[in-house]
Design a binder for this molecule. Structure first.
Ligand code: AMP
Length: 396
């Protein structure tokens, strides 16, 4: 039984065809430059790369080529589209309506359009992708899996901003949180690794990638997370500021003459590790500049990143009344030995008995605390696609 997982961006599309018996991806692919000159599809399957360079004017064209690549006589992995049981779509924003994945019908499509207001950059391409798939596979069930859903269990005191209440009631301005599929997946894996019921655990997940967020998962439910109304809140990220005094925004507009969209651009695309270091948003480049070239701004950018992650771990331990496990995932969390070491340094007061040697791993599961450590720490590679496929299978 195979599930196709689709993750649509504005001009790109990632996909995986997953065999649910083995939970392995039969094929993974990326389509880039949809609607732009130079459209290209790259599929990896059976240890080989298959590249299709063909004009794609829209997402429907792109999905047509994805399906053709999957059933291709020489490079494909299935004989016909009938071998695709269902399609799972990653949808960024489910608003307050969706606390779980859902089979997509007309009603759901209407709700998704509503939520698009809350995520104008992300939801519209997700909707376009769903419509394109529906047009090409009218009889295949489709499921929406939301980045926000896992965090819908947060209590009011965590998700409300201390703004006039009407802004929440009338305009839905509140913390939603993102990366939910990843936070859910790695907390389940952590519980599994500890041989314990997730309902008895307090876990802090650090999803540290280009976009980054920390979540507090108590008894299997998200009780707080660092991203907010949008993915801008929280940690220092590749190009995003994360937390700061909101008065900076009005100062930039009123005193320095920036427009609202210029401020948006500064906070989302020109800040974070890139903005402080002036080098790159890629942690590998910034680490190189900091440690090998001894550049102060890169050093301070990494220090700020680590400092903020530490603050969140500490505060989430406080609100949960302790912590049993700290999990690192995503690009930086899975691969940067040094960042993990810096983040966990000094957490012995909490009961973390860090193991420097066990921490020397990249991109694979590892327990990085010593045997008997009161608080365990893990590296757990995230697999949002598998989580989406599992939810999809469960619903169809
Ligand atoms: P993601 O958004 O999860 O794909 O993560 C992307 C980020 O992971 C980029 O900033 C990369 O620099 C970072 N990353 C990937 N590999 C490494 C590594 N070996 N050391 C440090 N950062 C890494």
């Amino acid at each position: 039984m195979n599930i196709l997982v689709i993750n649509c961006g504005s001009s790109s599309l990632k996909y995986q065809l997953i065999d649910m018996k083995t939970e392995e991806a039969l094929a993974t692919g990326l389509v880039e430059r949809i609607g732009i000159e130079g459209s290209i599809l790259t599929q990896k399957a059976n240890g080989e790369k298959y590249i299709v360079e063909e004009a794609m004017k829209d997402h429907q064209d792109a999905i047509k080529l994805v399906l053709a690549a999957l059933v291709d006589k020489d490079h494909g992995v299935i004989k016909s589209m009938d071998e695709i049981e269902a399609v799972g779509h990653r949808v960024v924003h489910g608003g307050e309506k969706y606390a779980a994945s859902v089979v997509i019908d007309e009603d759901v499509m209407k709700q998704l359009e509503e939520c698009a207001k809350l995520a104008p950059l992300h939801n519209p391409p997700n909707i376009i992708g769903i419509n394109a798939c529906k047009a090409l596979m009218p009889n295949t069930p489709m499921v929406g899996v939301f980045d926000t859903a896992f965090h819908q269990t947060m209590p009011e005191k965590a998700y409300l901003y201390a703004l006039p209440y009407e802004l929440y009631k009338d305009h839905h301005i509140r913390k939603y949180g993102f990366h939910g599929t990843s936070h859910k997946y790695v907390s389940m894996k952590a519980a599994e690794a500890m041989g314990k019921d997730i309902k008895e655990l307090k876990i802090v997940n650090c999803h540290l990638g280009n976009g980054a967020s920390v979540s507090a998962v108590k008894n299997g439910e998200s009780v707080d997370t660092s991203m907010g109304f949008t993915p801008l809140q929280g940690l220092v990220m590749g190009t995003r500021t994360g937390d700061m005094d909101p008065a900076v925004v009005t100062y930039l507009i009123k005193e320095l003459g920036y427009s609202a969209s210029e401020v948006d651009d500064i906070l989302n695309k020109k800040s974070g590790v890139l903005g402080v270091s002036g080098v790159s948003s890629d942690f590998r480049d910034v680490e190189d500049a900091a440690w090998n070239k001894k550049e102060h701004r890169s050093n301070i950018a990494l220090d700020m990143f680590v400092y903020r992650v530490k603050q969140y771990i500490g505060s989430y331990a406080a609100i949960m009344g302790g912590v049993d496990a700290i999990v690192f995932t995503a690009g930086v969390g899975e691969n940067s030995v040094e960042m993990r070491e810096s983040i966990l340094e000094g957490f012995d007061f909490l009961g973390v008995d860090f193991d420097k040697d066990k921490n020397k791993v990249r991109g694979k599961f590892a327990e990085i605390t010593k045997e008997g450590s009161k608080v365990k720490a893990f590296v757990i590679p995230t697999n949002e696609e598998l989580m989406i496929a599992k939810d999809t299978l469960a619903l169809v």
